[in-house]
Design a binder for this molecule. Structure first.
Ligand code: ADP
Length: 462
């Protein structure tokens, strides 16, 4: 067997194996570059497989051999363009250039316009172009073996240069070319598969992340629905209890009015005007009490409905106005036992904040009126970037366990001994909460009560 036959057989086997491997990849993954490389290596396998028939005769290339070599070079270049993911116009320009150069080269070889070495030189231009593409891939995806592809490709023009310089036999060039091509085929296959695997892994992660995000979103949504449903239930329950309380509170005086008026009219029918006259003030008083309750409820509704008109409000002015108002309501009373410390200026709705002080100071005076020496303190201190305002008295106080409950509508701890409807503190709470603040109450063991509300530095309207 001639040494060239062995070279040819080896090259044919290597190229054939690569063609099969690329075919397998194409079947499994439908990556276009694997199909093009597969075809290119199939052509190479044919070229080397029929080497005895296709090898140069009398120093001249055979046209079919030249055709297959050029077609293989063009196919490898086209495969490389896809493999390194050149896209758009650039990809098309490169494809058209490769095919045009291939056609031109075949034409020149067929018409015997160029020598073999020039033919190899032009052929090596394809490999340089492929090497440039490999370099681009290396630049875009580091550490994936594209450098090896580049080295394999660049070694081919070097081999041709060496042959041109007479460093080795021209006849060997044909077989020497199989080495860089096979190396390139193996590296592209490996790196291509690694890349596909990485892409699949990335895609898997992306999907997992998306699924996780969706799951979290669904959970949050379910949680929100549950929360909203609970809030709605609470709201309905609160409305029902509110309704019950109003009905109950109104039924008393209205029933009283009906009963007393019936008595009064019976007395009048019997000509007993004295009894009728005695009964009339009771009717007036119960009607006034009902009107008071309705007015308080309206005030509570207004706090919820009204638009806030916030502006800087000096609280000392508000408290002074409140005290003046209370003095006017009862001009014969003793001087009000109220001590007012310096208060801050806060960002608030002046009308609503005045309502807070009217209710708190009104309560403090009401529930301390039986103390030996009633004393009400109005003050403030800074906290949490804002201020805590307080109204403290030395009156009868309340059970600390009920501190939360007091701010609910119709909660009265001392209803029998003091007038009122149990709505004032709910108004206070709602006003403060609408200003983004909070309220709380304390009652010391030695009696007395303190009501606090906190307002932030800036209005957080709710
Ligand atoms: P009202 O004063 O009309 O009853 P509020 O809502 O203002 O209604 O107050 C609810 C309840 O809270 C009162 O009935 C009373 O039991 C308790 N309370 C309010 N302020 C004080 C205070 N300064 N000292 C003791 N108890 C108070």
């Amino acid at each position: 067997m001639h040494a060239f036959d062995i070279y040819g057989l080896c090259a044919a086997l290597a190229s054939g194996a690569l063609a099969v491997l690329y075919g397998v990849v194409w079947r499994a993954q439908r990556l276009r570059w694997s199909l093009i490389f597969g075809l290119a290596f199939l052509m190479l396998a044919v070229l080397y497989g029929f080497d005895a028939q296709l090898r140069p005769r009398n120093g001249l290339s055979q046209p079919l051999s030249a055709f297959i070599s050029v077609a293989t070079a063009v196919a490898l270049t086209l495969g490389m363009i896809d493999y390194v993911q050149v896209t758009g116009r650039a990809a098309w320009v490169l494809r058209v250039l490769s095919v045009a150069l291939g056609v031109l080269l075949i034409g020149l070889i067929f018409s015997r316009q160029i020598t073999r070495i020039v033919g190899f030189g032009v052929l090596s231009m394809f490999l340089v172009a492929q090497a440039a593409l490999a370099l681009r891939a290396r630049w875009q995806e580091r550490g994936r073996g594209h450098g090896l592809v580049f080295l394999a490709l660049i070694s081919y023009p070097a081999v041709i240069g060496a042959a041109a310089l007479g460093l080795f036999d021209m006849a060997l060039l044909r077989y020497a070319a199989a080495v860089p091509t096979t190396m390139m085929g193996m590296t592209v296959l490996t790196t291509g598969l690694l890349r596909a695997q990485q892409q699949a892994r990335d895609e898997l992660h992306r999907r997992r992340d998306a699924e996780e995000a969706l799951r979290r979103f669904n959970e949050a949504l379910e949680q929100r629905v549950l929360q909203r449903t609970a809030e709605l239930h609470e709201m309905v329950a609160a409305l029902e209890s509110f309704n019950r309380s109003i009905s109950h509170d109104l039924r008393g005086p209205l029933g009283g009015i009906a009963g007393v008026s019936r008595l009064a009219s019976e007395a009048l029918e019997a000509g007993d005007t004295a009894t009728a006259r005695r009964l009339l003030p009771s009717i007036t008083q119960q009607a006034e009490s009902s009107a008071d309750l309705v007015a308080s409820l309206l005030a509570l509704a207004r706090v919820n409905d009204s638009e806030l008109s916030p502006r800087p409000v000096p609280l000392n002015d508000v408290v002074e106005e409140t005290l003046a108002h209370l003095r006017l309501a009862d001009p014969d009373a003793q001087p009000l036992p109220v001590h007012v410390a310096p208060l801050p200026t806060v960002e608030a709705d002046p009308g609503l904040i005045r309502q807070v002080y009217v209710n708190l100071i009104g309560n403090a005076l009401k529930f301390s009126r039986d103390a030996g020496a009633p004393q009400v303190d109005v003050g403030a201190y800074p906290e949490g970037g804002g201020h805590v305002m307080f109204v403290r008295d030395n009156g009868i106080g309340f059970d600390p366990a009920s501190a939360e409950r007091l701010f609910e509508p119709f909660q009265q701890l001392h209803a029998t001994s003091f007038d009122g409807h149990g709505v004032g503190l709910s108004i206070v709470k709602r006003v403060v909460e609408r200003h983004g603040g909070r309220v709380w109450a304390r009652s010391g063991p030695g009696g007395g009560a303190a009501f606090y509300f906190w307002l932030g530095p800036r209005l957080a309207v709710s």
